[in-house]
Design a protein around this ligand. Structure first.
Ligand code: GDP
Length: 306
């Protein structure tokens, strides 16, 4: 994963191999670095921020003679990458679920409701099933809501996952109101004391305005505790514009990046976290239910800087 981003940052260590470096040489190396970030699918606004941050750090730098220059530079780069994520506090979703569902027993029971958002084909339905598997393994009870009532096969796909995972799926027919399906699932969970409701939703792009209105309606009707934007890490700047649009309509809480197993670039993670100011909580790394791994900023930083 993420080889391109790693080689982009690796190229910068050239800066450290010269004991003295002219401004012109430094600019050339930074220019190559910018190009490498573009090739890694990092968005322009993010590149500018990283490059400015590195320039500022190097301008102020007083490198102690004894300090290894390569290590010094690597640490500056690590800080520059971290700064894309730092404003996005990490979230432990299973712990968040637990904190609601184990509240004082005298309180009226209410399930933790999670709404999934994203465009068709990004891996949303598969991710709903993976999160259901993860939460079930942690001991939570889960119900799925088949909220994509548009895409042919979507209801059967999610129902099939529910059967395999031995959990319930709530569905109505195609063309029915997704907000009503979501509400049904919430009421079912409430009356059966099911702890978590995972709502799949539609993602047709041809009618973006209707889609956003549909998402807003689900949000109004069920008031989800948590909204997750799902993005395909292979889709580069498209993923970023989708993130911006969903963010402005639904103000989601976190993102999950899918298909990271096939992503050699790695730029989507940086761009989406930076632009949405929301944490990436998981990476989906394959087709199996267990292929959902927590996203860890430190691991990402180490992986990209080698
Ligand atoms: P949806 O339209 O967003 O609900 O997308 P689906 O869940 O139907 O997934 C679309 C395709 O992407 C399917 O073939 C999935 O098996 C595949 N897919 C989903 N997540 C991953 C992943 O993490 N890695 C890989 N390699 N494929 C995935």
């Amino acid at each position: 994963m993420f080889e391109k981003l790693r080689s982009a940052f690796g190229s910068l260590t050239k800066l450290a191999t010269h004991t003295t470096i002219s401004q012109k040489e430094a600019d050339e190396i930074l220019w190559d670095f910018e190009l490498a970030l573009i090739e890694s699918d990092v968005a322009q606004e993010v590149i500018q921020s990283i490059v400015n941050e590195i320039k500022a750090r190097l301008a102020d730098a007083k490198i102690p003679r004894s300090e290894d220059r390569v290590n010094y530079l690597k640490n500056q780069l690590k800080e520059a990458i971290r700064s894309c994520f730092t404003k996005t506090q990490s979230i432990d979703l299973p712990a968040l679920v637990r904190s609601k569902t184990t509240k004082d027993v005298r309180d009226e029971f209410s399930p933790f409701v999670i709404l999934f958002l994203g465009i068709n084909g990004v891996g949303k339905t598969t991710t709903v099933a993976k999160l259901a598997y993860l939460l079930k393994n942690k001991g939570d009870t889960v119900v799925l809501a088949c909220g994509d009532t548009h895409r042919a096969g979507a209801i059967e796909q999610l129902t099939e996952h529910a059967n395999r995972l031995k959990i319930k799926a709530i569905a109505q027919g195609y063309g029915s109101d997704p907000a009503a399906v979501a509400k049904d699932a919430q009421l079912y969970a409430q009356s059966h004391k099911v702890e978590v409701v995972l709502i799949d939703s539609a993602g047709r792009i041809q009618t973006s305005k209707n889609l956003m209105e549909e998402m807003e309606k689900i949000v109004r009707v069920v008031r989800p505790d948590f909204k997750i934007f799902v993005a395909d890490s292979l889709s580069g700047n498209d993923a970023l514009s989708q993130a911006k649009e969903f963010k402005s309509f639904t103000d989601f809480d976190a993102s999950i990046l899918t298909k990271a197993d096939a992503d050699t670039k790695g730029g989507a993670a940086l761009s989406i976290a930076f632009v949405t100011q929301r944490p990436i909580i998981y990476l989906a790394v394959g087709q199996d239910y267990s292929d959902l791994i927590p996203f860890d900023v430190e691991k990402f930083v180490e992986q990209t800087l080698g």
